[in-house]
Structures are given as structure tokens and as C-alpha cells.
Design a protein around this ligand. Structure first.
Ligand code: ADP
Ligand code: MN
Ligand code: MN
Ligand code: MN
Ligand code: MN
Length: 382
């Protein structure tokens, strides 16, 4: 495969990451904090509501006290939040509808994290609440039992705006891959990956695994396989936990698909997808049929696979460094440069799942899985 010409004419910089990270959080003594965290709660329960901000992709949270321990999602009251698009605009109200409850790995048992959908005061979903329509599509496809697993890649960014642990010299070191690497010269920030992994397990996230990625300070975790909409709920909460863990360490995790322009690795969010037919004896035929349908609807999928209608992916899917070309659909057995890959073990056993490698790390998981089901199960075209 073609190598990227290493032409660097300008100063190394992460243009897309003008981050104002400060050490303020780290100045606070975590051991002093421990004393307070151990104080009894007097029978009360802290519930932290998590939702996607309107209109951005950023996650937000706020915490309230309940007099009882919620046993299921129905026990958690709706809540509201105010937002405004411009500082001078009046504040509008949105409603937070609790949709999934997890254990809280920060405040610990019996406290909860709760994922919410944002709804407008007229009862319609917020414009960027894509879970709502996804739920209807998953409902329409329920007899096909779609499962998904998503591979979230991310890069840690330090206070100097460079990938965590990098110096300006890092930009001139040989281009090598540290995928699944071990050793202080190969991977930076394993503490964060491991803390995130344990926190996800504690919370009840269906975390499948985690590994070091191509460049030092790039990591990946996977969730799944999950039934239908669950993969979105588990991925979004796993992202929240990642950002929250990073906050404790004074580092930022970016999902930007190409945070170091013209350089090395991209961050994607491969989605692994199967229906009951694909998972059964003879399933390869159904996988191939799905790929055939997907091949006819490439542009539609690209428009759904990042929150910018394809602009994020235009920086990432460039046809080298193990990515496909954004405007060209391709598929192959064990081909990691294709839009869609049939994993080798799936091909060998004759059934299983397919991997769509196009979604960007910034993708909205609900938009991605909705598009897949529309094209392959509901057989939509155009
Ligand atoms: P890769 O080889 O592409 O790096 P990973 O091991 O990182 O693959 O991730 C595999 C993903 O496939 C996981 O998210 C897992 O949940 C998912 N997966 C496994 N089996 C299925 C299945 N039958 N249907 C959908 N997803 C699946
Ligand atoms: Mn992977
Ligand atoms: Mn990966
Ligand atoms: Mn990758
Ligand atoms: Mn993959």
C-alpha cells in the first residue's frame, strides 16, 4: 500500500485541537478528596444525568440527590436543562428523559449514572437527539435481531496541545506502528486506558476489550456485541466515562478523526454488525447480500458516519495508512483498506458478522446503526 509522503513544511501543531487544558484539576490533592468521598451518604443516592449537549456533540452531566435507590430506569425522574446557542440568546428549556441506568464508578454504589435523551418542550426530540428515530428503526427490524460492536479509537492530548507524551521531536521520529505495543517507548498513557476499562466494567458497560493503537497516546476500546440500540447507549456512556477519567488525570481524550493533520494515524469507530441470518449456518450469503446493498448506497452512509455530513471523514478516509477512499466503496475478505471487511475468521467459518470501517471516531452511534439497518434490513435505496 502507498506510503504517505512525509512532507512537513510547517511547524508541528494540532490545528484542530486548540485546547485550553490547564493543570488546575491536578493541583487539587486527590488524597484529601478521598476523605470526603468516604463519608456516609445517609441513605441518599446521587444520580448523575448524562446527555449530549444541544446543539454540539459534547457530553454534559449534572448530579442530583434522590431519597431512594432507583431499581430501574422508571424510578428516575425526568429533569430539565437550559441552553442557549449564543450567549445573548434567551435560555430555552430542554427535558432530559432517562433511558439507561449504569452504576457510578466515580461516586460508587449505590450511586448511578443515567443516560438521557434530550427533548424539546413541545415533546419533539432535540435536533441532535438521533437516538429517538434510531429506536423506531430498531423496532421495525426487531425480528432480524441486529447486533453491533463498535471500536472507539481516541488520542490523548496533553496540556501543550500535542498528543500526550509527545515533544516537537516526535514529529520526526520514524513512522512505525505501535498497534498493541508494550513498553514506555511505544505507548503513552496506559493508566488512562486501564482506569477507563475498570470503570466501564464497574458501571456495567459491555466493554469487549481495549488495545494500544498506531501512534503513542492513541488507544481503542470496543463495546459489544450489543442488541440493537444498546450499542449506542453503552458507547455513549463509555465515552462519558473516558472523558471523566481523563479529567482526573489532567489529560483530554479527543475523538477527532485526524487530530494531527497530514500525519500518521486516524481515529475511526469501526462498527461490527450482524443479523440472526448472518450469525447462523450459511450466514456468509446474507453478509454478502448486505454488502451488495451497502455498495449501492455509499454516499448516504458517508453522510451519516460523522456529525459533519462527511467533512470529518474527508480528512480521514484518504486511501492510505490503512483507510479506504471516502468516495469509493470497496469490500474484501480480511481487507483492512476496504470500506467493508469480512473478518477472516468469519469467512473461514462461513457465518458471523461484517465490519464497516467507515464511521469516524466522532460518529453518532445511533445514526450509524440506523443507516446500516435501513439499507440492509429495511432494504431502503437512494
Ligand atoms: P478488529 O480486528 O477489527 O480490531 P476488535 O477485536 O477490535 O476487531 O473488535 C471486534 C468487535 O466485534 C467488538 O466490538 C465485538 O463486540 C464485535 N462483535 C463480535 N461478534 C459480533 C457479532 N456477531 N455481531 C456484531 N458485532 C460483533
Ligand atoms: Mn479493533
Ligand atoms: Mn483500531
Ligand atoms: Mn485505526
Ligand atoms: Mn476494526
Amino acid at each position: 500500500s502507498a506510503r504517505h509522503p512525509r512532507s512537513r513544511t510547517s511547524e508541528p501543531s494540532c490545528i484542530s485541537l486548540k485546547l485550553a487544558i490547564t493543570m488546575s484539576g491536578l493541583r487539587l490533592n486527590k488524597r484529601v478528596k478521598d476523605h470526603y468521598m468516604k463519608l456516609p451518604q445517609g441513605g441518599k443516592v446521587l444520580v448523575t444525568y448524562v446527555w449530549k449537549n444541544v446543539p454540539s456533540e459534547e457530553l454534559q452531566c449534572k448530579t442530583r440527590t434522590l431519597d431512594y435507590e432507583p431499581k430501574s430506569i422508571e424510578d428516575i425522574p425526568e429533569w430539565g436543562f437550559g441552553f442557549h446557542l449564543q450567549p445573548e440568546d434567551p435560555i430555552s428549556d430542554m427535558y432530559l428523559i432517562p433511558v439507561k441506568m449504569f452504576k457510578d464508578p466515580f461516586f460508587l454504589d449505590p450511586n448511578k449514572l443515567v443516560l438521557c435523551e434530550a427533548m424539546k418542550s413541545n415533546g419533539q426530540p432535540a435536533e441532535n437527539n438521533l437516538r429517538h428515530s434510531c429506536k423506531n428503526v430498531m423496532e421495525a427490524a426487531r425480528d432480524h435481531h441486529p447486533w453491533f460492536g463498535m471500536e472507539q479509537e481516541y488520542i490523548l492530548i496533553d496540556i501543550n496541545g500535542l498528543p500526550y507524551g509527545w515533544t516537537e521531536d516526535s514529529f520526526s521520529t520514524p513512522e512505525v506502528t505501535h498497534h498493541c505495543g508494550v513498553g514506555a517507548d511505544k505507548v503513552y498513557g496506559r493508566d488512562i486506558m486501564e482506569a477507563h476499562y475498570k470503570a466501564c466494567l464497574y458501571a456495567g458497560i459491555k466493554i469487549w476489550g481495549s488495545n494500544a493503537e498506531i501512534i503513542p497516546s492513541q488507544w481503542e476500546f470496543q463495546v459489544g456485541p450489543c442488541k440493537g440500540i444498546d450499542v449506542g447507549d453503552h458507547l455513549v456512556m463509555a465515552r462519558f466515562i473516558l472523558h471523566r477519567v481523563c479529567e482526573d488525570f489532567g489529560v483530554v481524550a479527543t475523538l477527532d478523526p485526524k487530530p494531527v493533520p497530514e500525519f500518521w494515524a486516524d481515529s475511526g469507530c469501526h462498527v461490527n454488525y450482524s443479523t440472526e441470518d448472518m450469525r447462523s449456518e450459511g450466514g456468509l450469503k446474507h453478509i454478502e447480500d448486505a454488502i451488495e446493498n451497502l455498495s449501492k448506497r455509499h454516499d448516504y452512509h458517508i453522510s451519516k458516519y460523522d456529525p459533519t455530513g462527511g467533512k470529518d471523514n474527508a480528512r480521514r478516509l484518504i486511501g492510505y495508512l490503512v483507510t479506504s477512499k471516502i468516495h469509493q466503496f470497496s469490500s474484501g475478505i480480511d481487507d483492512r483498506c476496504a470500506s467493508i471487511r469480512i473478518p477472516i475468521h468469519v469467512w473461514q467459518q462461513g457465518y458471523g458478522y461484517l465490519e464497516d470501517r467507515r464511521p469516524a471516531a466522532t460518529c453518532d452511534p445511533y445514526a450509524v446503526i440506523e443507516a446500516l439497518v435501513r439499507t440492509t434490513v429495511l432494504k431502503e435505496t437512494g
